[in-house]
Design a protein around this ligand. Structure first.
Ligand code: SF4
Length: 346
């Protein structure tokens, strides 16, 4: 027994050191790493035993992104990783609407989400009945759903897009009148980018990206004239002229990678992205305020461990009724066909 305790302590010490090497640049102290080491250690063992691939959205906390996730990506990247994975069990470290999207793209895989209450202010703003009402009012307008919607909403939509491909889809559709929902800021931005089309939007707002104001960004630029300001596409489009880039999280990360000459950045999005970049680029400064997503932050090492330990399918598995799955897969395929290539539509 004494031998076992000594060996457990040694393993935890090694895990603490591994975590510190990964997380120190994100502000984790050695004591923080010692506290979470037993959790990350057991999660990684259980993942291996059960052949689980863990995929994390960029907005997860660094202990998830760096210590237990196999990959951290934006929505489109998560789907591509799940589709190309040999693993039949995908643990999605994200809100439920994104986990559902992976289930739609990979219906034969088991998809787990460790907190099925993790909603989203954008996704929860619209229902399938609301879409039916829009379609009845605008019968000739194709219905384009943003990835951040429920499976039921996707199932009654014609196309499903992410921030990475929405402009390709809107630009390719011949219709002059297009329904785009539910994010209000994105619809406004699309209306400005496609003046020859009428974009009919919805009133969904993101509790993270809707918080930013022009004054905040203008003041930041005065104080940090050399910093580059990068906006997420869900930010109010009136702010875009004050920054160097607007795009999804992968586009924002690519901009940082492609600009080695720039030393400081203001990432106008959820805090998780700046945490990741601080860890990847310790020589650069990521300054300015960030905003926490209360829904993404419902995913924790504790509930991930419980999900893998208990294997409680009723509590953690993402299931989608067949008729909803069929409709959502069709919207996904329509997007692939429209763009002429695969894996770009969920
Ligand atoms: S940041 Fe949070 S609230 Fe905003 S779209 Fe993503 S999950 Fe939804």
């Amino acid at each position: 027994m004494e031998h076992r305790i000594e060996s457990d302590l040694n393993v935890s010490k090694q895990e603490t050191e591994r975590l510190y090497a990964l997380l120190a640049n994100a502000g984790y102290q050695m004591e923080d790493c010692a506290t979470i080491a037993p959790l990350t250690e057991e999660i990684n063992i259980l993942k291996q035993i059960d052949g689980v691939m863990a995929l994390a959205h960029h907005y997860m906390t660094p202990d998830i992104t760096f210590a237990i996730a196999d990959y951290a990506e934006d929505a489109l990247g998560l789907i591509r990783r799940a589709e190309s994975s040999n693993s039949n069990v995908i643990l999605m470290c994200s809100v439920v609407s994104l986990a559902e999207c992976v289930k739609i793209a990979c219906p034969d895989k088991k998809v787990l989400c460790s907190e099925k209450q993790a909603g989203c202010s954008v996704a929860d703003s619209i229902t399938a009945e609301d879409v039916a009402g829009l379609k009845a009012k605008y019968p000739n307008a194709p219905a384009v759903a943003y990835v951040t919607t429920s499976a039921e909403v996707k199932a009654v939509s014609d196309f499903v897009v992410t921030s990475a491909n929405v402009r390709d889809v809107i630009g390719t559709l011949p219709a002059k009148q297009i329904l785009f929902y539910p994010d209000h800021s994105m619809a406004q931005s699309l209306a400005a980018d496609f003046p020859d089309k009428e974009i009919i939007g919805w009133e969904g707002t993101c509790v993270v990206h809707d918080n930013y104001t022009i004054e905040q960004v203008v003041n930041f630029r005065k104080q940090h004239p050399d910093a580059h300001v990068l906006f997420h596409s869900e930010v109010n489009p009136d702010l875009y002229v004050h920054g160097e880039l607007t795009g999804g999280t992968n586009a924002m990360m690519k901009y940082v990678a492609d600009h080695p000459e720039v030393n400081s950045f203001f990432m106008v999005t959820e805090c998780g992205l700046s945490d990741q970049l601080r860890t990847r680029y310790p020589g650069k400064k990521f300054i300015g305020t960030c905003s926490l997503c209360p829904f993404m932050k419902m995913i924790s090492l504790e509930n991930i461990l419980d999900c893998l330990r208990t294997r409680d399918s009723a509590k953690y598995e993402i299931t989608i009724p067949d008729h909803v799955l069929v409709g959502a897969v069709k919207a996904y395929k329509n997007t692939e066909q429209l763009l002429g290539h695969t894996h770009d539509g969920c």
